[in-house]
Design a protein around this ligand. Structure first.
Ligand SMILES: Nc1nc2c(c(=O)[nH]1)N[C@H]1C(S)=C(S)[C@@H](COP(=O)(O)OP(=O)(O)OC[C@H]3O[C@@H](n4cnc5c(=O)[nH]c(N)nc54)[C@H](O)[C@@H]3O)O[C@H]1N2
Ligand SMILES: Nc1nc2c(c(=O)[nH]1)N[C@H]1C(S)=C(S)[C@@H](COP(=O)(O)OP(=O)(O)OC[C@H]3O[C@@H](n4cnc5c(=O)[nH]c(N)nc54)[C@H](O)[C@@H]3O)O[C@H]1N2
Ligand SMILES: [Mo]
Length: 768
């Protein structure tokens, strides 16, 4: 058993005492408050918990380390702008428990591999830098200086800089991200894969080609003016709970909501605002007006079917549907697009979408009656082979209706990590844009590398082929977040050195190279004091607002340092006598912001502007209706082919989703309250008819096998849960089933792993 842990690095497969209830029909309300309080009390304690929440998402306070949903520009809720899952995120970050040198001397790596992700995380905050020397099975204490020297020596011993990989997760501040990419490029590589590669890369690619900017166009205020909001492939009740207030505002102002999702997620049905006690009783605000239970990856067919119907109306009464002024002045490619649309076979599209024709007709009616339309989406659209097409088809819809660059309308890719968008703005990208190279050269007087680096999937393959030998992770949990766990574990284990800059123990610390380092850093909520005083950092939310974030809690340990300090001290060892004054940056973060201003467009008077506690908006050409940045100089219509779904008789399509009790690979608890699953994560949601076909009963224990290009992968021991999910579709939780996501199964153009589309077959587990 231990050997198989060692091989794949997977968590144990023992079951807990599962219990099930019906799925919930509203999100938030009293249960959310009770759940927040429970986490705060258990993890941080009440006194410190109150201090934490009072400052979270407040002007002058710190930014919630959870999701990237924006805060209101002006008025903020009196007690706090937080949600249940924000409270969990902060309790997890500022946990009382500590995983210091004692912890690591008590537990060998072999032993820790047998712990669940929940247990690993609950062991507490890391307090000291730790090293794993070659051939040993325990982490030991190391000084910061020795750790920097070791990394520097290993990096310098590589044949080329491209043999090192520098990963970033999306919590890293603008300041740390900017310094990190500067250090990496100065070292000589663009190997800067990041969590975006597995997340909204498809959105960035799709939007850049069609609208000339890889970010969304709407602001929070647009939700107050929208006539129609479409929420597609997203579960806001769990992953962006503060978004529910924006959707409620849309409804209160007379707007309508269409949601498109294989699962009837509670957060999309109704909402009881936890900040408004009067809403706790009663039914709450009902949100969705029209729910389309699309089959997994049926969205392209569905949107095309809707557009087909709207185009028919337009043909019958020209000018009744499309915004021809906008189309003629601002767009390119309408003729080809309409030619292609007319040729579509409507019944084929309906069949492929998996949605009843009558519902599709209702959706077309709602869309055709409105012009102020916002489309929101997340991982349900981006983690498919045709992800870029999915998103570009939505852009087609907005362009036809002239629903962009006007109040109450536009694109809203809902970002994941709280600064994932800012990290990209700062240059965390394996494909650096030309201006970045030019400005870095001008500002810092060196020749940055221009050839593209590895993204996440390419980095894993490079490590597997021994082309990359040092892995450094600025945050994140690489082994658990990435696809094909067994393959990725083999890749990491071939490295000479693996380094993780982290706040808490995670599985990536256990799947290591010949040598390994864990470097503990401050979280968002903690005070960061440097020579020039108490520092703040800056972050960018999902809508392009940049603002400050200042921790106010005493650091969890006096041996942990900030991410900017870590990078500066490492760079200072790596580049001896460097003309860049790295230690100066560490002493005063405003000097980093001056350099950001010099290199990155949109940051004029950066230090001045972030004095405004609400922050400032970055320029956004799609918001202002300037599409000259695309290849054609106009907003582009695009045509996409709907591939028929091909499944063999027993096959199902599996999507991997988040429970209500996790932040990506950080497991807060074992419940998925809204879906009615308690105390167990190893479950597979199935349609009743598919269960009958397979001869399964509820809670049957099964093995899941995935199929890709003749390859098979297996994940053992999951309990079947009957659920309202379309036929031939099933769902499991990430990261337990990442072992089934083939490394070769990626989205066209964006190279994002297809974590929402895995062909599987099931079998009863033999020993039950
Ligand atoms: N509390 C909490 N907050 C988080 C996170 C977290 O783990 N916990 N993660 C953060 C991060 S990094 C991200 S990227 C976001 C993720 O936010 P989401 O994208 O909401 O996260 P997922 O759980 O992956 O949910 C995807 C949703 O898409 C649906 N879906 C799956 N496949 C399809 C499809 O083919 N078509 C359609 N229409 N729908 C589909 C699923 O049923 C599910 O409702 O949340 C961020 N916020
Ligand atoms: N199957 C499947 N796989 C997926 C997905 C999916 O939907 N399905 N989603 C993908 C998506 S959208 C994403 S974004 C990735 C997420 O991939 P990652 O970003 O790599 O994973 P996280 O779980 O967010 O990282 C958690 C770790 O970050 C560290 N950490 C937390 N806060 C801080 C901090 O302030 N500083 C530092 N240095 N470290 C910190 C902690 O040690 C914690 O263990 O996973 C992807 N993988
Ligand atoms: Mo994400």
């Amino acid at each position: 058993m231990k050997d198989s842990f060692k091989k794949s690095g997977q968590p144990p497969k023992e079951f807990n005492e599962i219990s099930l209830t019906d799925p919930k029909e509203y999100a938030a309300g009293m249960p959310a408050i009770i759940s927040s309080l429970k986490f705060i009390k258990n993890e941080v304690g009440v006194g410190r918990g109150v201090k934490l929440l009072k400052n979270m998402n407040q002007m002058g306070g710190f930014d919630c380390p959870g999701c990237a949903w924006p805060d209101p520009d002006d008025k903020r809720a009196l007690l706090s702008e937080y949600c249940e899952n924000g409270a969990k995120a902060i309790s997890e970050e500022y946990a009382k428990a500590k995983a210091g040198p004692d912890f690591f001397s008590k537990h060998t790596i072999t032993e820790l591999l047998g712990w669940s992700d929940l247990e690993l995380g609950k062991s507490g905050r890391l307090t000291h830098p730790m090293i794993l020397n070659s051939g040993t099975d325990k982490y030991e204490k190391i000084s910061w200086d020795d750790a920097f020297l070791l990394i520097s020596d290993e990096l310098k011993s590589l044949k080329t800089a491209d043999e090192a990989v520098f990963y970033t997760s999306g919590r890293t501040s603008n300041e740390a991200a900017f310094l990190y990419q500067l250090m990496v490029r100065k070292f000589g590589t663009n190997n800067l894969p990041d969590c975006s590669n597995m997340c909204h890369e498809s959105s960035g690619t799709a939007l850049s080609e069609t609208l000339g900017i890889g970010k969304g166009s709407v602001t929070l205020d647009d939700f107050n003016h929208a006539e129609l909001v479409m929420v597609i492939g997203q579960n806001p009740g769990t992953n962006h709970p503060r978004m529910l207030s924006a959707l409620r505002n849309t409804k209160n102002n007379g707007g309508k909501i269409i949601s498109i999702n294989p699962l009837p997620e509670a957060g999309l049905i109704a909402f009881k605002d936890p900040q408004k006690p009067l809403e706790w009783i009663g039914k709450g605000t009902s949100l969705t007006d029209l729910y389309l239970p699309v089959r997994i990856n049926g969205d392209l067919a569905l949107i095309k079917a809707i557009l087909f119907l709207i185009n028919e109306k337009e043909q019958n009464v020209p000018g009744s549907q499309f915004d021809w002024d906008f189309i003629k002045n601002q767009t390119n490619g309408i003729e080809l697009f309409l030619d292609d649309l007319k040729k579509q076979n409507f019944s084929f599209l309906v069949k492929e979408s998996g949605v009843d024709e009558s519902l599709i007709r209702q959706a077309a009616e709602l869309i055709s009656a409105n012009t102020k339309i916002i489309i929101c989406w997340a991982m349900g659209l981006t983690q498919h082979k045709n992800a870029v097409s999915n998103i570009q088809e939505l852009v087609n819809l907005l362009l036809l209706k002239g629903s962009i660059a006007k109040k109450g309308a536009g694109t809203c890719p809902v970002r994941g990590h709280s600064n994932v968008q800012g990290d990209r703005t700062m240059g965390i990208w394996e494909k650096p844009p030309e201006f970045l190279i030019k400005n870095l050269k001008k500002t810092f007087d060196f020749d940055p590398p221009t050839r593209h680096g590895y993204d996440v999937v390419q980095a894993i393959k490079a490590m597997h082929e021994n082309k990359a030998k040092v892995f450094i992770g600025m945050g994140g949990n690489f082994i658990s977040a990435t696809p094909d766990t067994v393959f990725t574990a083999e890749a990491l284990k071939k490295c000479k050195l693996t380094v993780h800059v982290s706040t808490k123990p995670n599985r990536s610390h256990l799947i290591h190279g010949e040598k390994a380092l864990i470097l503990p850093v401050l979280g968002r909520s903690e005070e960061d004091v440097q020579k020039s005083g108490h520092q703040f950092v800056t972050v960018e939310n999902s809508m392009g607002v940049v603002h400050s974030s200042k921790g106010n809690m005493p650091p969890s340990s006096k041996h942990i340092i900030s991410e900017p300090e870590l990078i500066c001290r490492l760079a200072n060892v790596l580049f001896k006598n460097d003309p860049i004054d790295w230690l100066g940056f560490k002493d005063d973060y405003s000097l980093i912001r001056d350099k950001i201003e010099a290199v990155i467009p949109g940051f004029t008077s950066y230090n001045k502007k972030v004095e405004n506690p609400a922050g400032f908006y970055l320029p956004n050409n799609a918001r202002s209706g300037d599409f000259t940045k695309t290849a054609t100089g106009k907003a582009n219509f695009t045509s996409h082919i709907v591939e028929p779904l091909e499944l063999s008789e027993k096959q199902l399509i599996m999507m991997t989703v988040r429970t209500h009790d996790q932040y990506n690979t950080t497991i807060y608890g074992l419940n998925d309250r809204y879906r009615g699953v308690y105390n167990e994560r190893r479950v597979i949601f199935m349609n009743e008819e598919d269960m009958k076909d397979y001869g399964f009963i509820n809670l049957e224990v099964v093995n899941i096998k995935s199929h890709f290009n003749g390859e098979e992968r297996i994940a053992e021991k999951f309990k079947v849960v009957q659920y309202p999910i379309p036929r031939k579709c099933c769902a499991t939780y990430f990261p337990e089933t990442n072992v089934l996501v083939p490394i070769g199964s990626v989205a066209d153009k964006s190279n994002t792993p297809t974590s929402k589309f895995i062909k599987v077959t099931l079998e009863k587990h033999p020993n039950q």
